[in-house]
Design a protein around this ligand. Structure first.
Ligand code: GRF
Length: 201
């Protein structure tokens, strides 16, 4: 059984989508551990409810590299094959990225490379985009900048507010993330420069 470690800082609805997909046998593996830098994160509660080890590590007062090394140690102790960032509100240092080369993914609520960074749904709305969506990408040392694994487009309606758009994108995220994780765990992705070649696509 392939093992996934999930990092969260908040609500954890994408974590829940991964846990639910694993339960249905649709993830190609199991969620083996959840780590958060926020003690009150709902994501930790969701993990506990699902019987998944849930670990809190405070980043405050620590150098970024020292904090990242702690997280890496936890993930390695749980023998994770893939690290999923799911609303984890911290940039990863090279220490972290190099510990899991090509094996860290993130989900972002826009069609990258458009609208990286915070409040991507609001950025799309404010800029008058007619289509936005969700992106799962490999994580490198930049911000929302690694090779794209999978995307789902979501229309932006003239009746949308940033909140209604974010809610529709979130539904797409919950479909997309488990699908992308499965492709990776099944070894169906090959990276060529900036491009991820998916077998059979
Ligand atoms: C999602 O919109 C995700 O795309 C972004 O952070 C949010 C996390 O939401 N990276 P949740 O904690 O998974 O509910």
């Amino acid at each position: 059984m392939k093992k996934v470690g999930v990092l969260v800082s908040g609500r954890g609805s994408n974590l829940q989508a991964l846990i639910d997909a694993a339960r249905r046998g649709e993830l190609g593996g199991e969620v083996a551990v959840v780590v958060s830098n926020v003690e009150s994160a709902l994501g930790l509660e969701r993990a506990r409810k699902a019987g998944v080890p849930a670990v809190f590590r405070d980043h405050r007062g620590k150098k970024r590299e020292a904090f990242d090394a702690e997280i890496v140690e936890i993930l390695q102790a749980h023998h994770v094959d893939l690290v999923c960032l799911a609303g984890f509100m911290r940039l990863l240092s090279p220490v972290f990225v190099r510990a899991f080369p090509g094996r860290i993914v993130n989900i972002h609520p826009a069609l990258l490379p458009a609208f990286p960074g915070l409040e991507a749904q609001r950025q799309a709305w404010e800029n008058g985009a007619k289509v936005s969506g969700a992106t799962v990408h490999l994580v490198d040392e930049g911000l929302d900048s690694g090779p794209i694994v999978a995307q789902e487009a979501v229309p932006v309606l003239s009746t949308d507010t940033p909140d209604t758009l974010a809610a529709r994108i979130l539904e797409a995220e919950h479909r997309l993330y488990p699908r992308a994780v499965r492709l990776l765990l099944e070894g169906r992705c090959r990276v060529e420069g900036r491009r991820v070649i998916v077998e059979g696509e």
